[in-house]
Design a protein around this ligand. Structure first.
Ligand code: IPE
Ligand code: IPE
Ligand code: MG
Length: 252
C-alpha cells in the first residue's frame, strides 16, 4: 500500500502519534558519566528499547522507528563498531521471539550489504518470522542515512523508467526504504543534541520535533509520555492557518 504524502494531501492527525521516530542518542555519555566503558551505555540502551517498545504497544502507537546505527557511525573506533554489531546480533537473538509473541512486526532498513552474512541472514529471518504481525511495526535503522535512502530510491525509480527526464514525488516514494509506513508524526532525539544527523530526511517533512537532554538509557515511560504530551500541545497546520483548522470542510 502506498502511504499518503504530507506535501500532497493534508494527513489525518490523531491524539496519539501513529508513528514515532527516535534518535536514541547519549549512550556513550551515560556510561562515561558513570566511569563505565561506552559499550555499557549501549547495552543499557537495549533495555530502554525493550521498555519503549512495550509502552508504544500500550499507548496504541502503530509504528516505532529507531535509529540504531547511522551510515556515518562507521567513523567510530573499530572496537566500538564491532561491539555494536555484536550487541545487535545478541539483541536480535534474544528479542525476536518475544517480539513475535507480542504481535510485533520487525523491519530493519538501511544499507545492509555492509553487514556480515550472518547478521544479514538473521535480519532476513526475523523479518520473515514477524511479517504478518499487526500490533506494532518496529523499524530499526541500521547503516541508515537519509541521503542514502533518497539516492537508493532515485536509482530504483530511474532504473524503472530509463527514458524519463522528469519525475514526480509519487514515483519516488514507493522506492524509499520505509514506503510501508506513514510519515512520522513525532520525532524524538534524546541526549541533548538538536540535529537530525542524516536520519529520515524526506519523511520528516512535517513531523513534530521533540528534543530532550535525557540520555537514551534513562529514557523511560514517563519521558515518553512527556514527549507525547508535548506533541499533543502542537497545532499541526501543514501549511494552513489556525483559522482553517476550525473549519473542517475546507481542509484540503
Ligand atoms: C547513540 O549513542 C548510539 C549510537 C550512535 C550507536 P552514542 O554512542 O552516540 O552516545 P553519545 O552521543 O556518544 O553519548
Ligand atoms: C545519531 O547519533 C545516530 C544514532 C543514534 C544511531 P550520533 O551520535 O551518531 O550523531 P552525531 O554524530 O552526534 O550527530
Ligand atoms: Mg551520539
Amino acid at each position: 500500500m502506498t502511504q499518503s504524502s504530507s506535501t500532497q494531501q493534508v494527513p489525518v492527525v490523531s491524539a496519539v502519534p501513529n508513528h514515532i521516530a527516535i534518535i536514541m542518542d547519549g549512550n556513550g555519555r551515560w556510561a562515561t558519566k558513570r566511569f563505565l566503558p561506552r559499550v555499557a551505555g549501549h547495552a543499557k540502551g537495549v533495555e530502554a528499547v525493550r521498555n519503549i517498545v512495550e509502552a508504544c504497544i500500550e499507548r496504541g502507537v502503530e509504528f516505532l522507528t529507531l535509529f540504531a546505527f547511522s551510515s556515518e557511525n562507521w567513523r567510530r573506533p573499530a572496537d566500538e563498531v564491532s561491539l555494536l554489531m555484536r550487541l545487535f546480533i545478541t539483541a536480535l537473538d534474544r528479542e525476536v521471539s518475544r517480539m513475535h509473541a507480542n504481535g510485533i512486526r520487525l523491519k530493519v532498513v538501511g544499507d545492509l550489504s555492509r553487514f556480515d552474512a550472518k547478521l544479514q541472514s538473521m535480519i532476513a529471518q526475523a523479518e520473515r518470522k514477524t511479517a504478518a504481525n499487526k500490533r506494532l511495526t518496529v523499524t530499526i535503522c541500521a547503516n541508515y542515512g537519509g541521503r542514502w535512502d533518497v539516492m537508493q530510491g532515485v536509482n530504483k525509480m530511474v532504473a524503472l523508467h530509463p527514458d524519463a527526464t522528469a519525475f514526480s514525488e509519487d514515483q519516488l516514494t514507493p522506492h524509499l526504504s520505509m514506503a510501508y509506513a506513514p510519515e512520522p508524526d513525532l520525532f524524538i532525539r534524546t541526549g541533548g543534541e538538536q540535529r537530525i544527523s542524516n536520519f529520515l530526511l524526506w519523511q520528516l517533512a512535517y513531523t513534530e520535533l521533540y528534543f530532550t537532554e535525557t540520555f537514551w538509557p534513562d529514557f523511560d515511560l514517563n519521558k515518553l509520555d512527556d514527549a507525547i504530551a508535548s506533541y499533543q500541545q502542537r497545532e499541526r497546520r501543514f501549511g494552513r492557518t489556525s483559522e482553517q483548522l476550525l473549519e473542517p470542510k475546507i481542509q484540503t
